[in-house]
Design a protein around this ligand. Structure first.
Ligand SMILES: [Fe+2]
Length: 479
């Protein structure tokens, strides 16, 4: 849209097609770079010391072939390292086996979320005996003890060197075929809790704990299941592991034999409703399921116990249409995506009742909280990205006590997940900064935005010389 010399004094009516997904964020990035000091506007907090590490898809074309979905792009790591009021930047492709095979053959060699290179029956049968499970760890990363681990939803967590961004190998075993890239930290052991689905003649949901210096997880809870649901994350309270089983389910035989890409084997069965399972963290005992109406979601925000109830906060959608919305063809055509609702599910295990309430009006996705202080506990604030234009175009701070929200936005700018970093000695839950990679669609390049987490006012911005493709998750690591 052309800019006008005389801006109107009132906001123009929202036009959902006007700024819907800016294509630039879905362009592959081939440049790998290291920059000692990015140009900074404003002043970085002098206390901000450590690295924002992020993973995300960065290459959707391999030779003449094309990945089909946002989630399929080959993983790239990004690091913004802060010290003494300055920030450096580096990025590097993960040299996973999926990346290496693509680089060597010039073709997509591994199956991704919605892309499956196995075309012929012969190739499929061969793959069954020698499965080429992708290790394309483009979803999230965690620090486990001294190790940095990037992950996707296949059982191959990939260790990397946070300083050089070099890929190092498989971090630990996963007791199943499917898992999440959203583990939780176990406060007591400093280990990591995650979910896995074991598939075979008998299928089960499992939770496992990996100790900080171990590669062999311990399964701490499990439950048989006939048709596992697609679950991207789970919840944790002081007592419970929380599995919210959306009715988007798969017949494991179809996964092995259908010839369809992974996610296209899942079926929407709203008549099943949404089933909430609680697993006791110390005994492994499972209670539930507790049933409510059908919905879909990727992200748990937080969960906690309050009196007789367990509160479980989620970003929800009425159905899995969002999975379709995120196919590249649709995004690159500028079609809008479904907005997510921040909802609280209050489960009473004794009465089996499940109550649901919307917490704020503003849509919110890629949610973050003050994790160190509030995870498993009652909390007040969540931050995320919201959408009014049909794509993620604003940073939202949700006040769950007051039920309202504040917004940061700028015309033509598209922020990613806002990562909360607490200020040293912080008293308040929202005392700190948010770090978010923002694409300026007009400039065609990205910058790192630093906001005051309490007020959403801008503190500083550091410009990267190129665009950073839209990604998912990252973590701040103090060094
Ligand atoms: Fe996620």
């Amino acid at each position: 849209m052309a800019t006008h010399a005389h801006a109107p004094t009132t906001s123009p009516p929202a036009d959902p097609t006007r700024t819907a997904p800016p294509r630039r964020g879905f362009d592959s990035l081939d440049v790998e770079t290291r920059i000692d000091a990015l140009p900074v506007e404003g002043r970085l907090p002098s206390w901000l010391s450590g690295s924002l590490l992020r993973t995300g898809p960065a290459k959707w074309e391999v030779g003449a072939q094309q990945m089909r979905h946002w989630f399929d792009g080959l993983a790239m790591l990004h690091r913004f390292a802060f010290a003494d009021g300055a920030v450096s930047y580096a990025n590097r492709f993960m040299h996973t086996r999926a990346w290496r095979a693509a680089a060597e053959s010039g073709q997509i060699e591994y199956s991704e979320f919605a892309t499956d290179p196995c075309r012929s029956l012969f190739q499929r049968v061969t793959a069954m005996f020698s499965p080429k499970i992708s290790d394309n760890a483009n979803v999230n990363l965690v620090k486990l003890g001294d190790r940095f681990v990037a992950m996707t939803e296949t059982p191959i967590p990939v260790q990397f060197d946070a300083r050089t961004l070099q890929t190092a190998g498989v971090a630990y075993d996963v007791p199943g075929m499917l898992t999440t890239a959203h583990p939780h930290m176990d406060r007591a052991s400093k280990g990591m809790l995650n979910y896995a689905a074991k598939l075979g003649p008998r299928n089960s949901y499992r939770f496992f704990l990996v100790h900080p210096d171990s590669s062999s997880p311990r399964t701490i809870a499990s439950k048989p299941v006939r048709e596992p649901a697609y679950m991207h994350s789970f919840g944790l309270t002081e007592r419970w592991l929380v599995l919210v089983e959306f009715p988007y389910v798969v017949n494991p035989l179809a996964l092995a034999l259908s010839g369809r890409p992974y996610i296209e084997n899942y079926r929407w069965r709203p008549e099943r409703g949404t089933r909430i399972h609680l697993f006791d963290r110390s005994s492994g005992e499972a209670v539930g399921p507790f049933q409510t109406d059908a919905c879909f979601g990727f992200h748990h925000v937080n969960a906690f116990e309050a009196g007789d109830e367990v509160s479980i906060d989620l970003c929800t959608y009425p159905d899995p249409q969002i999975v379709q919305d995120l196919y590249l063809e649709s995004l690159r055509e500028g079609k809008p995506i479904a907005p997510a609702t921040l909802e609280r599910f209050r489960v009473n295990p004794a009465s089996r009742a499940v109550a649901r309430e919307r917490l704020v009006e503003e849509p919110i996705e890629l949610p973050r909280i003050n994790y160190g202080r509030c995870n498993e506990r009652r909390y007040r604030y969540a931050w995320g990205v919201g959408s009014a234009s049909g794509w993620l175009d604003r940073i939202v701070k949700a006040d769950l006590e007051r039920g309202d929200s504040a917004v940061w936005m700028q015309e033509g700018c598209y922020p990613g997940e806002p990562v909360f970093v607490a200020a040293p000695g912080a008293q308040r839950e929202d005392e700190g900064v948010l770090l978010s990679v923002v694409l300026d669609a007009g400039e065609g390049s990205s910058s790192l935005l630093v906001l005051d987490a309490a007020t959403l006012s801008e503190i500083a911005r550091a410009a990267v010389p190129h665009h950073i493709p839209f990604g998912f998750h990252g973590q701040f690591a103090r060094e």
